[in-house]
Design a protein around this ligand. Structure first.
Ligand code: CMC
Length: 427
Protein backbone atom coordinates (compact mmCIF):
# COMPACT_ATOMS: atom_id res chain seq x y z
CA UNK A 1 0.00 0.00 0.00
CA UNK A 2 1.26 3.42 -0.92
CA UNK A 3 1.62 5.76 2.03
CA UNK A 4 0.87 8.92 0.07
CA UNK A 5 -1.28 10.25 -2.76
CA UNK A 6 -0.18 12.81 -5.29
CA UNK A 7 -2.47 15.57 -6.46
CA UNK A 8 -1.69 17.11 -9.81
CA UNK A 9 -3.18 20.63 -9.91
CA UNK A 10 -2.32 23.67 -12.01
CA UNK A 11 0.85 22.00 -13.24
CA UNK A 12 2.16 21.35 -9.73
CA UNK A 13 2.32 18.11 -7.77
CA UNK A 14 1.30 17.97 -4.12
CA UNK A 15 1.70 14.98 -1.83
CA UNK A 16 -0.63 14.02 1.00
CA UNK A 17 -0.10 11.21 3.50
CA UNK A 18 -2.38 8.17 3.52
CA UNK A 19 -3.18 7.08 7.06
CA UNK A 20 -4.36 3.63 8.11
CA UNK A 21 -6.68 2.77 10.98
CA UNK A 22 -6.35 -0.33 13.16
CA UNK A 23 -8.89 -2.16 10.97
CA UNK A 24 -6.94 -1.25 7.81
CA UNK A 25 -9.28 1.54 6.78
CA UNK A 26 -7.29 4.01 4.69
CA UNK A 27 -7.80 7.75 4.40
CA UNK A 28 -6.07 10.68 2.77
CA UNK A 29 -4.94 13.17 5.38
CA UNK A 30 -5.83 16.52 3.82
CA UNK A 31 -5.05 18.75 6.81
CA UNK A 32 -2.64 20.81 4.69
CA UNK A 33 -4.73 20.77 1.48
CA UNK A 34 -5.95 24.36 1.60
CA UNK A 35 -2.75 25.90 2.89
CA UNK A 36 -0.62 24.19 0.21
CA UNK A 37 -2.98 24.16 -2.81
CA UNK A 38 -5.69 26.76 -2.11
CA UNK A 39 -8.30 24.04 -2.69
CA UNK A 40 -11.07 22.85 -0.39
CA UNK A 41 -13.18 19.72 -0.84
CA UNK A 42 -16.91 19.42 -1.47
CA UNK A 43 -18.71 16.46 0.08
CA UNK A 44 -22.40 17.09 0.93
CA UNK A 45 -23.63 14.78 3.65
CA UNK A 46 -19.96 13.89 4.39
CA UNK A 47 -20.35 10.67 2.42
CA UNK A 48 -16.57 10.42 1.98
CA UNK A 49 -15.25 12.57 4.78
CA UNK A 50 -13.84 11.36 8.07
CA UNK A 51 -14.37 14.04 10.71
CA UNK A 52 -12.10 12.51 13.34
CA UNK A 53 -9.99 9.56 14.44
CA UNK A 54 -11.88 7.55 17.03
CA UNK A 55 -11.18 4.45 19.13
CA UNK A 56 -14.77 3.83 20.25
CA UNK A 57 -16.81 2.01 17.62
CA UNK A 58 -15.83 0.13 14.49
CA UNK A 59 -18.29 -0.71 11.78
CA UNK A 60 -17.86 -2.25 8.38
CA UNK A 61 -20.98 -1.54 6.35
CA UNK A 62 -20.05 -3.93 3.54
CA UNK A 63 -19.49 -6.88 5.85
CA UNK A 64 -22.20 -5.96 8.38
CA UNK A 65 -19.77 -5.72 11.32
CA UNK A 66 -20.33 -3.59 14.43
CA UNK A 67 -17.97 -3.55 17.43
CA UNK A 68 -17.77 -1.40 20.54
CA UNK A 69 -14.17 -0.95 21.71
CA UNK A 70 -13.26 -4.12 19.81
CA UNK A 71 -16.07 -6.33 21.18
CA UNK A 72 -18.59 -7.78 18.69
CA UNK A 73 -22.10 -6.38 19.11
CA UNK A 74 -23.52 -9.92 18.98
CA UNK A 75 -21.42 -10.95 21.98
CA UNK A 76 -22.17 -7.80 23.97
CA UNK A 77 -25.92 -8.11 23.32
CA UNK A 78 -25.85 -11.70 24.57
CA UNK A 79 -23.45 -11.51 27.52
CA UNK A 80 -23.22 -7.94 28.84
CA UNK A 81 -25.73 -5.62 30.43
CA UNK A 82 -26.37 -2.03 29.40
CA UNK A 83 -24.49 -0.42 32.28
CA UNK A 84 -21.38 -2.51 31.56
CA UNK A 85 -21.59 -1.51 27.90
CA UNK A 86 -22.02 2.14 28.87
CA UNK A 87 -18.88 1.95 31.02
CA UNK A 88 -17.01 0.17 28.23
CA UNK A 89 -17.94 2.80 25.65
CA UNK A 90 -17.19 5.77 27.87
CA UNK A 91 -14.02 4.62 29.63
CA UNK A 92 -12.61 2.19 27.06
CA UNK A 93 -12.53 -1.11 28.99
CA UNK A 94 -15.11 -3.46 30.47
CA UNK A 95 -15.43 -2.67 34.18
CA UNK A 96 -14.39 -5.19 36.81
CA UNK A 97 -16.89 -5.98 39.57
CA UNK A 98 -15.72 -3.15 41.85
CA UNK A 99 -15.66 -0.57 39.07
CA UNK A 100 -19.14 -1.55 37.93
CA UNK A 101 -20.52 -1.50 41.48
CA UNK A 102 -18.97 1.94 42.09
CA UNK A 103 -20.31 3.30 38.80
CA UNK A 104 -23.80 2.11 39.70
CA UNK A 105 -23.51 3.39 43.27
CA UNK A 106 -22.38 6.82 42.08
CA UNK A 107 -25.25 6.93 39.57
CA UNK A 108 -27.79 6.04 42.27
CA UNK A 109 -26.40 8.84 44.42
CA UNK A 110 -27.21 11.37 41.66
CA UNK A 111 -30.60 9.97 40.62
CA UNK A 112 -32.64 12.93 41.74
CA UNK A 113 -33.80 16.04 39.96
CA UNK A 114 -34.30 19.53 41.35
CA UNK A 115 -38.02 19.87 42.16
CA UNK A 116 -38.15 23.09 40.13
CA UNK A 117 -37.62 21.03 36.98
CA UNK A 118 -41.16 19.78 37.49
CA UNK A 119 -42.43 23.31 36.78
CA UNK A 120 -40.65 23.24 33.42
CA UNK A 121 -42.19 19.89 32.58
CA UNK A 122 -45.53 21.23 33.72
CA UNK A 123 -45.29 24.01 31.17
CA UNK A 124 -45.50 21.55 28.28
CA UNK A 125 -48.92 20.53 26.99
CA UNK A 126 -49.63 16.80 27.17
CA UNK A 127 -49.66 16.78 23.38
CA UNK A 128 -46.00 17.91 23.15
CA UNK A 129 -43.77 15.45 21.34
CA UNK A 130 -41.62 13.63 23.93
CA UNK A 131 -38.45 14.29 21.91
CA UNK A 132 -38.99 18.05 22.18
CA UNK A 133 -39.69 17.66 25.89
CA UNK A 134 -36.62 15.52 26.64
CA UNK A 135 -34.32 17.74 24.60
CA UNK A 136 -35.58 20.83 26.47
CA UNK A 137 -35.35 19.14 29.86
CA UNK A 138 -31.78 18.01 29.17
CA UNK A 139 -30.86 21.58 28.34
CA UNK A 140 -32.77 22.87 31.38
CA UNK A 141 -30.67 20.63 33.64
CA UNK A 142 -27.83 23.11 33.10
CA UNK A 143 -29.73 25.69 35.16
CA UNK A 144 -29.58 23.35 38.15
CA UNK A 145 -26.14 21.86 37.52
CA UNK A 146 -24.36 24.97 36.30
CA UNK A 147 -20.72 24.14 36.92
CA UNK A 148 -18.78 23.65 33.71
CA UNK A 149 -16.79 20.47 33.29
CA UNK A 150 -13.06 20.86 33.68
CA UNK A 151 -12.00 18.33 31.06
CA UNK A 152 -8.48 18.23 32.42
CA UNK A 153 -9.84 16.86 35.68
CA UNK A 154 -10.71 13.16 35.56
CA UNK A 155 -12.80 13.62 38.70
CA UNK A 156 -14.84 16.45 37.21
CA UNK A 157 -15.40 14.55 34.00
CA UNK A 158 -16.44 11.41 35.86
CA UNK A 159 -18.87 13.41 38.00
CA UNK A 160 -20.54 15.04 34.98
CA UNK A 161 -20.89 11.62 33.30
CA UNK A 162 -22.40 10.02 36.38
CA UNK A 163 -24.83 12.92 36.83
CA UNK A 164 -26.25 12.66 33.33
CA UNK A 165 -26.33 8.83 33.37
CA UNK A 166 -28.36 9.20 36.58
CA UNK A 167 -30.69 12.05 35.71
CA UNK A 168 -31.48 11.35 32.06
CA UNK A 169 -33.48 8.15 32.77
CA UNK A 170 -35.53 10.04 35.37
CA UNK A 171 -36.35 12.69 32.76
CA UNK A 172 -37.24 9.99 30.23
CA UNK A 173 -39.59 8.39 32.75
CA UNK A 174 -41.13 11.73 33.67
CA UNK A 175 -41.70 12.54 30.00
CA UNK A 176 -43.61 9.29 29.59
CA UNK A 177 -45.52 9.70 32.86
CA UNK A 178 -46.60 13.21 31.88
CA UNK A 179 -47.87 11.84 28.57
CA UNK A 180 -49.79 9.08 30.35
CA UNK A 181 -51.09 11.34 33.13
CA UNK A 182 -49.23 9.41 35.84
CA UNK A 183 -47.71 11.14 38.89
CA UNK A 184 -43.99 11.79 38.64
CA UNK A 185 -42.02 9.15 40.43
CA UNK A 186 -38.48 8.28 41.46
CA UNK A 187 -36.67 5.01 41.20
CA UNK A 188 -35.69 2.38 43.69
CA UNK A 189 -32.07 2.04 44.81
CA UNK A 190 -32.35 -1.70 45.19
CA UNK A 191 -33.03 -2.30 41.49
CA UNK A 192 -30.65 -2.74 38.55
CA UNK A 193 -30.11 0.25 36.22
CA UNK A 194 -32.49 -0.88 33.46
CA UNK A 195 -34.99 -2.45 35.85
CA UNK A 196 -35.13 0.86 37.70
CA UNK A 197 -35.77 2.73 34.45
CA UNK A 198 -38.63 0.36 33.70
CA UNK A 199 -40.05 0.86 37.18
CA UNK A 200 -39.79 4.65 36.93
CA UNK A 201 -41.62 4.54 33.61
CA UNK A 202 -44.45 2.19 34.40
CA UNK A 203 -45.15 1.84 38.13
CA UNK A 204 -48.73 2.80 38.87
CA UNK A 205 -49.26 4.77 42.11
CA UNK A 206 -51.48 2.09 43.63
CA UNK A 207 -49.40 -0.94 42.64
CA UNK A 208 -46.22 -2.61 43.81
CA UNK A 209 -43.65 -2.87 41.00
CA UNK A 210 -43.14 -6.44 39.81
CA UNK A 211 -40.07 -7.30 37.75
CA UNK A 212 -40.67 -9.12 34.46
CA UNK A 213 -37.33 -10.63 33.35
CA UNK A 214 -38.40 -11.01 29.73
CA UNK A 215 -39.23 -7.32 29.52
CA UNK A 216 -36.07 -6.18 31.30
CA UNK A 217 -33.82 -8.38 29.16
CA UNK A 218 -35.44 -7.14 25.97
CA UNK A 219 -35.09 -3.52 27.07
CA UNK A 220 -31.48 -4.08 28.10
CA UNK A 221 -30.69 -5.60 24.71
CA UNK A 222 -32.35 -2.78 22.79
CA UNK A 223 -30.40 -0.18 24.77
CA UNK A 224 -27.11 -2.01 24.10
CA UNK A 225 -27.83 -2.22 20.38
CA UNK A 226 -28.46 1.53 20.22
CA UNK A 227 -25.57 2.54 22.48
CA UNK A 228 -23.19 3.81 19.80
CA UNK A 229 -22.80 3.92 16.05
CA UNK A 230 -19.71 6.03 15.35
CA UNK A 231 -20.10 9.32 13.47
CA UNK A 232 -23.83 9.33 12.70
CA UNK A 233 -25.89 12.53 12.50
CA UNK A 234 -26.66 12.97 16.22
CA UNK A 235 -23.19 11.92 17.38
CA UNK A 236 -21.56 14.29 14.92
CA UNK A 237 -23.90 16.97 16.28
CA UNK A 238 -22.83 16.23 19.87
CA UNK A 239 -19.17 16.40 18.84
CA UNK A 240 -19.53 19.58 16.81
CA UNK A 241 -21.52 21.39 19.51
CA UNK A 242 -19.02 20.20 22.12
CA UNK A 243 -16.13 21.32 19.93
CA UNK A 244 -17.13 24.94 20.67
CA UNK A 245 -16.54 23.96 24.33
CA UNK A 246 -20.27 24.04 25.05
CA UNK A 247 -20.95 21.82 28.06
CA UNK A 248 -21.84 18.15 28.04
CA UNK A 249 -25.57 18.62 28.74
CA UNK A 250 -25.93 21.32 26.05
CA UNK A 251 -24.15 19.10 23.53
CA UNK A 252 -26.39 16.16 24.43
CA UNK A 253 -29.52 18.26 24.08
CA UNK A 254 -28.43 19.20 20.54
CA UNK A 255 -27.77 15.52 19.80
CA UNK A 256 -31.29 14.63 20.90
CA UNK A 257 -32.73 17.16 18.44
CA UNK A 258 -30.62 15.68 15.65
CA UNK A 259 -31.80 12.19 16.52
CA UNK A 260 -35.45 13.24 16.27
CA UNK A 261 -35.58 13.36 12.45
CA UNK A 262 -37.30 10.50 10.60
CA UNK A 263 -34.18 9.80 8.54
CA UNK A 264 -32.29 9.11 11.78
CA UNK A 265 -33.69 7.98 15.18
CA UNK A 266 -37.20 9.17 14.35
CA UNK A 267 -37.36 6.28 11.89
CA UNK A 268 -38.49 3.86 14.63
CA UNK A 269 -41.68 5.89 15.16
CA UNK A 270 -42.07 6.32 11.40
CA UNK A 271 -41.71 2.54 10.84
CA UNK A 272 -44.49 1.68 13.24
CA UNK A 273 -46.78 4.38 11.87
CA UNK A 274 -46.07 3.04 8.37
CA UNK A 275 -46.83 -0.55 9.41
CA UNK A 276 -50.05 0.58 11.11
CA UNK A 277 -51.05 2.52 7.99
CA UNK A 278 -50.42 -0.55 5.82
CA UNK A 279 -52.51 -2.67 8.18
CA UNK A 280 -55.35 -0.12 8.19
CA UNK A 281 -55.17 -0.06 4.39
CA UNK A 282 -55.85 -3.79 4.18
CA UNK A 283 -52.29 -5.08 4.60
CA UNK A 284 -51.39 -4.76 0.91
CA UNK A 285 -47.58 -4.71 1.19
CA UNK A 286 -47.13 -4.83 -2.61
CA UNK A 287 -48.87 -1.47 -2.94
CA UNK A 288 -46.40 0.11 -0.52
CA UNK A 289 -43.42 -1.57 -2.17
CA UNK A 290 -44.52 0.02 -5.44
CA UNK A 291 -44.88 3.42 -3.74
CA UNK A 292 -41.37 3.11 -2.26
CA UNK A 293 -39.91 2.45 -5.71
CA UNK A 294 -41.85 5.21 -7.46
CA UNK A 295 -39.52 8.21 -7.84
CA UNK A 296 -42.56 10.53 -8.19
CA UNK A 297 -43.81 9.39 -4.76
CA UNK A 298 -42.00 10.77 -1.68
CA UNK A 299 -42.85 7.60 0.28
CA UNK A 300 -39.83 5.61 1.47
CA UNK A 301 -39.86 2.23 3.10
CA UNK A 302 -39.03 3.38 6.60
CA UNK A 303 -36.57 1.16 8.46
CA UNK A 304 -34.84 0.25 5.18
CA UNK A 305 -31.51 1.47 3.90
CA UNK A 306 -28.55 2.93 5.71
CA UNK A 307 -25.82 5.40 4.88
CA UNK A 308 -23.10 2.98 5.93
CA UNK A 309 -24.55 -0.54 5.88
CA UNK A 310 -24.72 -1.98 2.39
CA UNK A 311 -25.44 -5.38 3.85
CA UNK A 312 -27.61 -6.55 6.75
CA UNK A 313 -27.48 -4.19 9.71
CA UNK A 314 -26.17 -6.63 12.37
CA UNK A 315 -28.41 -4.94 14.95
CA UNK A 316 -31.49 -5.64 12.82
CA UNK A 317 -30.70 -9.38 12.83
CA UNK A 318 -30.50 -9.43 16.64
CA UNK A 319 -33.64 -7.31 17.04
CA UNK A 320 -35.68 -9.42 14.64
CA UNK A 321 -34.90 -12.52 16.69
CA UNK A 322 -35.58 -10.65 19.93
CA UNK A 323 -38.94 -9.40 18.58
CA UNK A 324 -40.00 -12.99 17.89
CA UNK A 325 -38.91 -14.11 21.36
CA UNK A 326 -40.43 -11.18 23.27
CA UNK A 327 -43.78 -11.46 21.53
CA UNK A 328 -43.96 -15.18 22.12
CA UNK A 329 -42.76 -14.91 25.77
CA UNK A 330 -45.29 -12.19 26.49
CA UNK A 331 -47.98 -14.06 24.57
CA UNK A 332 -48.57 -11.06 22.29
CA UNK A 333 -49.92 -11.66 18.83
CA UNK A 334 -49.25 -8.71 16.59
CA UNK A 335 -50.39 -8.55 12.99
CA UNK A 336 -47.88 -5.74 12.51
CA UNK A 337 -45.00 -8.22 12.96
CA UNK A 338 -46.37 -10.32 10.11
CA UNK A 339 -46.65 -7.26 7.88
CA UNK A 340 -43.05 -6.33 8.75
CA UNK A 341 -41.81 -9.82 7.91
CA UNK A 342 -43.78 -9.80 4.64
CA UNK A 343 -42.33 -6.42 3.64
CA UNK A 344 -38.82 -7.55 4.51
CA UNK A 345 -39.14 -10.71 2.42
CA UNK A 346 -40.46 -8.81 -0.58
CA UNK A 347 -37.82 -6.10 -0.34
CA UNK A 348 -34.96 -8.59 -0.05
CA UNK A 349 -36.13 -10.25 -3.28
CA UNK A 350 -36.90 -7.04 -5.15
CA UNK A 351 -34.47 -5.81 -7.78
CA UNK A 352 -34.84 -2.12 -6.75
CA UNK A 353 -33.79 -2.88 -3.16
CA UNK A 354 -31.18 -5.49 -4.09
CA UNK A 355 -29.50 -3.17 -6.61
CA UNK A 356 -29.33 -0.32 -4.10
CA UNK A 357 -28.26 -2.65 -1.27
CA UNK A 358 -31.19 -1.59 0.91
CA UNK A 359 -31.57 -3.89 3.92
CA UNK A 360 -33.63 -3.57 7.11
CA UNK A 361 -31.91 -1.32 9.62
CA UNK A 362 -31.99 -1.21 13.43
CA UNK A 363 -35.28 0.66 13.46
CA UNK A 364 -37.26 -1.80 11.37
CA UNK A 365 -38.10 -4.19 14.21
CA UNK A 366 -37.33 -2.19 17.36
CA UNK A 367 -40.73 -0.45 17.37
CA UNK A 368 -42.50 -3.80 17.42
CA UNK A 369 -40.70 -4.72 20.65
CA UNK A 370 -41.29 -1.29 22.21
CA UNK A 371 -44.98 -1.65 21.36
CA UNK A 372 -45.10 -5.10 22.96
CA UNK A 373 -43.47 -3.59 26.08
CA UNK A 374 -46.28 -1.03 26.30
CA UNK A 375 -44.20 1.98 25.23
CA UNK A 376 -46.24 4.54 23.26
CA UNK A 377 -45.12 5.14 19.66
CA UNK A 378 -44.13 8.77 20.26
CA UNK A 379 -41.70 7.58 22.96
CA UNK A 380 -39.76 5.24 20.65
CA UNK A 381 -37.15 7.80 19.66
CA UNK A 382 -36.74 8.80 23.31
CA UNK A 383 -35.88 5.15 24.01
CA UNK A 384 -33.30 5.35 21.23
CA UNK A 385 -31.86 8.46 22.93
CA UNK A 386 -31.72 6.61 26.25
CA UNK A 387 -29.68 3.86 24.59
CA UNK A 388 -27.46 6.30 22.67
CA UNK A 389 -26.64 8.37 25.75
CA UNK A 390 -23.39 6.52 26.65
CA UNK A 391 -22.25 6.65 23.03
CA UNK A 392 -22.77 10.40 22.86
CA UNK A 393 -20.97 10.84 26.19
CA UNK A 394 -18.06 8.64 25.04
CA UNK A 395 -17.70 10.56 21.78
CA UNK A 396 -17.92 13.95 23.53
CA UNK A 397 -15.31 12.86 26.08
CA UNK A 398 -12.97 11.51 23.42
CA UNK A 399 -13.31 14.69 21.35
CA UNK A 400 -12.49 16.92 24.34
CA UNK A 401 -9.64 14.73 25.62
CA UNK A 402 -8.03 14.69 22.19
CA UNK A 403 -8.28 18.49 22.10
CA UNK A 404 -10.06 18.50 18.75
CA UNK A 405 -10.39 21.93 17.10
CA UNK A 406 -13.78 23.63 16.74
CA UNK A 407 -15.82 21.98 13.97
CA UNK A 408 -16.24 24.45 11.17
CA UNK A 409 -16.72 23.13 7.63
CA UNK A 410 -15.92 25.16 4.54
CA UNK A 411 -18.30 25.79 1.64
CA UNK A 412 -18.18 26.56 -2.05
CA UNK A 413 -20.01 29.85 -2.44
CA UNK A 414 -22.37 29.90 -5.43
CA UNK A 415 -24.23 33.18 -4.76
CA UNK A 416 -24.08 36.62 -6.35
CA UNK A 417 -20.75 38.41 -6.85
CA UNK A 418 -20.25 41.87 -5.36
CA UNK A 419 -22.98 44.28 -6.49
CA UNK A 420 -23.90 47.82 -5.50
CA UNK A 421 -26.68 48.42 -2.97
CA UNK A 422 -29.94 49.74 -4.50
CA UNK A 423 -32.13 52.04 -2.39
CA UNK A 424 -35.61 50.70 -1.59
CA UNK A 425 -37.45 53.30 -3.76
CA UNK A 426 -35.41 52.24 -6.80
CA UNK A 427 -36.02 48.48 -6.46
N1 CMC B 1 -37.04 3.31 0.49
C1 CMC B 1 -36.95 3.47 -0.86
N2 CMC B 1 -35.83 3.86 -1.49
C2 CMC B 1 -34.76 4.12 -0.75
C3 CMC B 1 -34.76 3.98 0.66
C4 CMC B 1 -35.96 3.56 1.27
N3 CMC B 1 -36.02 3.41 2.60
N4 CMC B 1 -33.55 4.31 1.15
C5 CMC B 1 -32.80 4.65 0.10
N5 CMC B 1 -33.52 4.54 -1.06
C6 CMC B 1 -33.03 4.75 -2.43
C7 CMC B 1 -32.90 6.23 -2.74
O1 CMC B 1 -34.10 6.73 -3.30
C8 CMC B 1 -31.75 6.24 -3.70
O2 CMC B 1 -32.23 5.79 -4.94
P1 CMC B 1 -31.58 6.34 -6.32
O3 CMC B 1 -30.16 5.89 -6.31
O4 CMC B 1 -32.40 5.74 -7.40
O5 CMC B 1 -31.71 7.84 -6.27
C9 CMC B 1 -30.81 5.15 -3.17
O6 CMC B 1 -31.69 4.23 -2.48
C10 CMC B 1 -29.75 5.66 -2.20
O7 CMC B 1 -30.41 6.36 -1.15
P2 CMC B 1 -29.85 7.70 -0.47
O8 CMC B 1 -30.99 8.44 0.12
O9 CMC B 1 -28.96 8.41 -1.43
O10 CMC B 1 -28.94 7.08 0.67
P3 CMC B 1 -28.45 7.86 1.96
O11 CMC B 1 -27.24 7.15 2.42
O12 CMC B 1 -28.34 9.32 1.71
O13 CMC B 1 -29.67 7.66 2.99
C11 CMC B 1 -31.09 6.74 4.65
C12 CMC B 1 -29.70 6.69 3.97
C13 CMC B 1 -31.06 5.87 5.91
C14 CMC B 1 -31.38 8.20 5.07
C15 CMC B 1 -32.15 6.24 3.66
O14 CMC B 1 -31.89 4.89 3.31
C16 CMC B 1 -33.58 6.37 4.20
O15 CMC B 1 -34.19 7.44 4.08
N6 CMC B 1 -34.13 5.28 4.84
C17 CMC B 1 -35.42 5.35 5.49
C18 CMC B 1 -35.30 6.03 6.84
C19 CMC B 1 -34.66 5.12 7.88
O16 CMC B 1 -35.02 3.97 8.03
N7 CMC B 1 -33.72 5.70 8.64
C20 CMC B 1 -33.05 5.00 9.76
C21 CMC B 1 -31.59 4.79 9.52
S1 CMC B 1 -30.87 3.61 10.67
C22 CMC B 1 -30.97 4.33 12.21
C23 CMC B 1 -30.26 5.61 12.35
O17 CMC B 1 -29.22 5.85 11.77
O18 CMC B 1 -30.76 6.42 13.13
Amino acid sequence: MSDKVTLDYNGKKFEFPVIEGTEKEVAIDIKTLRSTTGLTTLDPGYKNTGSCESAITFLDGEKGILRYRGYAIEELAEKADFLEVAYLLIFGELPNKEQLAKFHRDIREESHIDEEMKKILDGFPKSAHPMGVISSLTSALIAFNPSTVDVSSEKDMYHAIVRIMAKFPVLVAWTLRKKKGLPLDYGDDTLGYVENIHKMMFKKPNQTYKKNSVVIEALDKLLILHADHEQNCSTSTVRIVGSSHAGLFASLSAGISALWGPLHGGANQAVLEMLEAIEADGGDTKKYMAKAKDKEDPFRLMGFGHRVYKNFDPRAKIIKKAADEVLSDLGVEDAILDIAKGLEKEALEDEYFVKRKLYPNVDFYSGIIYRALGIPTEMFTVMFALGRLPGWIAQWREMRLRGEPIGRPRQVYIGENLRPFVNVDLR
